[in-house]
Write a protein that binds this ligand. Structure first.
Ligand code: FEO
Length: 401
């Protein structure tokens, strides 16, 4: 019977799909689910690369045993210790007591700390090799993509990179796991949302990892989440998405984030968006902070060069949902954005003044002075909103000249 788990040669996919969890890391919605990918290389020596979330262990071990039968696994290679991948280490060790755990200096303390697993270990450093037979593994240390122990494993004969979370995406695998056998259209936006929310803070470490891989030939990308990428145009696209996002490159367009209680701050946002459109800006996204999930908003902040934020004054502060988003944006060290901001109040202004802290901390380039409205829209407020929008559009257009 043909083995449907095969990626290439003797490399198999043994991952699982999670269509049950509503949230990833307890925070990020999973409308399409998520996959936890693990891989098996069957050679003179057998290597398992990463594991899966513990609640999928039964399904996981069945997949492994279907390929190996009673044959043991020699090595468990741990590229990443976050529990969505390391969760089954203890149970794998129980099934295969003689398995040798392969990791770097940062890995083993986490293996013991999370799972109480000790035993034989194989310590690897940057550039080290491990020969399984005809397959040759080389290890690349890629710390802080996005944990300190993260590394990648490259199989030289098939030019396959086991990249950990790098090049990953949200979205369970529907049917096949190889890009050539499935419709991959849902994954591109989910890749941006995955990167910006999960890895987004670590642009510099991602850049260092990409530099390290610059001369490595990639015929297959086996990440821990999402499809196995084998088609040249997809591999180029995946690497380019990760490169652009980690450089904080963004396209011409504006994301407007606003909080609103009774529609007055929203009216300012609408007027700003209308004028942006009049000025020739086509990519404009408005997010009502009460309605849009933060993960989609953050993804759009990564996508577009322009950011305009609006908040009513609430208990003498910035509106709570907007405040939380500003903090989310700062946490990700996003760079090189153009910023405008506005607010409204009923009797005492505070939100606009307090948003000044965000301007200082973000180091984003302010395109115009902030604007503020008392009560509701009047002719002067329409003019102010238009002026803010025009300043943003002018700044964006300067870049495309
Ligand atoms: Fe998919 Fe950082 O774990």
């Amino acid at each position: 019977m043909e083995q449907k788990t095969k990626i290439t040669g003797d490399i198999h996919y043994v991952g699982v799909n999670d269509r049950k969890s509503p949230l990833f890391e307890g925070l990020w919605p999973l409308p399409y689910g998520v996959s936890y990918n693990s891989y098996l290389i069957v050679d003179e020596m057998v290597a398992l690369i990463d594991t899966v979330e513990i609640c999928y262990f039964e399904e996981y071990i069945l997949k492994i045993k279907k390929i190996l039968g009673s044959r043991p696994i020699d090595y468990l290679i741990i590229n990443h210790m976050e529990p969505d991948h390391s969760g089954s280490i203890r149970l794998i060790k129980e099934q295969y007591p003689n398995i040798i755990i392969v990791g770097n200096k940062q890995t083993f303390g986490m293996v013991e700390g999370f799972y109480g697993v000790t035993g034989e270990q194989y310590l690897v450093g940057d550039g080290d090799f491990l020969k399984l037979g005809k397959h040759h593994l080389r290890f690349y240390m890629t710390p802080m993509v996005h944990w300190p122990e993260t590394m990648m494993t490259y199989e030289e004969t098939t030019e396959t990179i086991f990249s950990g979370d790098a090049f990953g995406t949200f979205g369970a695998l529907n049917g096949g796991f190889i890009d050539s056998k499935i419709n991959v259209s849902i994954y591109w936006d989910e890749m941006v949302r995955y990167y910006s929310n999960i890895v987004g803070k670590y642009g510099s470490p991602v850049q260092r990892a990409l530099t390290k891989l610059a001369d490595v030939k990639l015929s297959n990308i086996c990440s821990t989440h999402g499809p196995v990428w084998t088609q040249k145009e997809n591999i180029d696209k995946v690497v380019s998405i990760y490169n652009d996002l980690s450089l904080y490159n963004a396209k011409e367009g504006v994301v407007i984030i606003y909080g609103t209680m009774y529609g007055n701050t929203e009216a300012m946002a609408e007027e700003i968006a209308l004028e942006l459109s009049e000025q020739g800006i086509k990519d404009i996204v408005l997010h009502n902070a009460n309605k849009s999930d933060a993960s989609y908003i953050i993804a759009d902040v990564f996508r577009y060069k322009g950011l305009i934020v609006g908040s009513p004054t609430y208990n003498g502060q910035v509106y709570p949902r907007v405040e939380a988003l500003l903090s989310d944006i700062l946490l990700r060290d996003i760079k090189n954005r153009y910023l405008g901001y506005f607010g409204s109040f009923s009797w005492a202004s505070a939100a606009v003044k307090r948003m000044g802290d965000f301007v200082t901390k973000s180091k984003f380039e302010l395109v115009a002075d902030p604007i503020e409205m008392k009560h509701a829209m009047k002719p002067i407020n329409y003019d102010q909103c238009s002026h803010l929008a025009k300043s943003m559009a002018d700044r964006l257009k300067k870049d495309s000249k």
